[in-house]
Design a protein around this ligand. Structure first.
Ligand SMILES: Cc1ncc(COP(=O)(O)O)c(C=O)c1O
Length: 419
């Protein structure tokens, strides 16, 4: 199970450490729930993905973990950001990213987001029939067009995006019309964009999409005399969240995507495109663990409930995507795992179950639990349900931990209330 944890994970004397810092020390210093991110793991994944795309470009899917320190770390590795709101854009700008480091997304972009993209000089991925006009009016200069090519990815339906009828992108006829209109408005239409879905566990849907993408670009050349310079293949590379999951390394999938796209374009008689990727989950997912403190333990005839001090407010993925996780007793790693238990959250919903069943050393109040593979789409999707402040996050490396997001306080929550 340690292979689900960050690269710098070790166990010694029953204690789990990440980045050379004991989980129990992090608990004392920062409280729980706490998101612990390993800098080394993020860096290693960043480097592997950069290598996989060769002379292409990598943009971090900010939605996976909007955090200024993480964006800055990725920028230092030559990785830009895909942003899909003014908020995400502000995070990226605060991290020092310039227009050339950004790609602006959204199936319903606010006019203010288009204006901001224009003012920083970021390319915009057009995603609606009237967006060429709106983007041109806002002063946007560079654009891509997002096309949906009717491929059903084998992933949870909530994160499947490239199928016919998707709310994202435009079907080929409408996408071609958008290219044509954007050109008429004088935009530099750099290329095309596809994103078939998230948490992809194999390359099949992407491979099919890429072949159809090359055919789409060839049809644009034939009908409009326009050829894409950039093929932005989106993100979607999955990670393992549970010991039973089988997912290849993201860098392997990314390299296959880049090679397949270059070949498909050449086979369609097109010049080789510059490959862009927008991975989110695979850059930060495995780098993160969440630490929880165990509270009540209820041994019922039906099952044993072990309740922790967080739940669906810091990780809604079990409810949204039926996500499966596992856990480790972080200060008792040397004890035999002798009890099957369910990990419940502290929220007022029976569905607030973090893990259905996991083997732990017989749990008791005060235990520290570590849930691996929680760096992506957890804190990013956290809420204040039940008036719970969202957790803190630390970045660990070489024996020290740096706070990169402070824990919210109840005062933070009250600050937006108007009496
Ligand atoms: C357009 C786009 N790019 C990139 C991503 C990042 O996806 P992932 O985190 O699965 O790599 C998403 C996720 O939904 C997306 O919609």
């Amino acid at each position: 199970m340690l292979d689900l944890f960050p690269d710098s994970t070790s166990v010694d004397g029953g204690q789990l450490s990440i980045g050379g810092v004991r989980a129990s020390e992090l608990e004392v210093a920062h409280g729980t729930p706490l998101v612990v991110l390993c800098e080394e793991t993020i860096q290693a994944r960043a480097r592997a993905l950069r290598q996989a795309v060769g002379d292409g470009r990598v943009f971090f899917g900010t939605k996976a973990l909007p955090n200024v320190a993480v964006l800055r770390l990725l920028l230092s590795e030559g990785i830009g950001a895909d942003v899909a709101s003014s908020g995400e854009l502000a995070f990226a700008r605060n991290a020092g990213l310039g227009g050339g480091d950004l790609v602006v997304h959204g199936n319903n972009k606010a006019e203010v987001l288009l204006a901001e993209a224009a003012s920083v000089g970021a390319p915009v991925v057009l995603d609606a029939p009237d967006e060429p006009a709106l983007a041109a009016a806002a002063g946007v200069r560079q654009a891509l067009v997002r096309v949906t090519l009717g491929v059903d990815a084998d992933t949870h339906e909530a994160i499947r995006t490239g199928h016919h009828g998707s709310k994202f992108g435009l079907p080929p006829d409408q996408a071609r019309a958008a290219v044509s209109e954007a050109l008429d408005f004088g935009l530099d239409v750099m290329g095309v964009h596809v994103h078939v879905g998230s948490q992809l566990a194999d390359f099949d849907a992407q491979a099919e999409t890429i072949v159809r993408l090359a055919a789409f670009v060839a049809s644009c050349r034939d009908e409009l005399g326009w050829v894409a310079r950039v093929a932005d293949l989106g993100g979607g590379f999955g990670i393992r969240h549970h010991p039973a999951d089988e997912v290849p390394e993201a860098a392997e999938l990314a390299a296959s995507a880049a090679t397949t796209a270059r070949l498909a374009f050449v086979e369609a008689g097109l010049p080789q495109p510059e490959i862009w990727l927008e991975p989110g989950r695979c850059l930060v997912g495995r780098a993160g663990i969440t630490l929880y403190r165990v509270g009540s333990v209820k041994r019922l005839p039906e099952r044993t409930w072990v309740a922790v001090d967080g739940g669906m407010s810091d990780n809604p993925r079990p409810q949204l995507y039926d996500a499966r996780y596992t856990a480790l007793s972080a200060a008792r790693t040397d004890e035999p795992v002798d009890e099957v238990v369910s990990i419940a959250g502290m929220h007022c919903e029976s569905g607030d179950v973090l893990i259905d069943d996991v083997m732990l050393p017989s749990p008791r109040r005060g235990d520290l639990l570590a849930v691996p593979a929680t760096g992506a789409y957890t804190l990013a999707m956290a809420s204040n349900y039940n008036g719970v402040p969202r957790p803190a996050a630390v970045l660990v490396r070489g024996g020290s931990a740096r706070l990169i997001r402070r824990r919210e306080t109840i005062e933070d929550l009250l600050r937006v209330e108007v009496e």
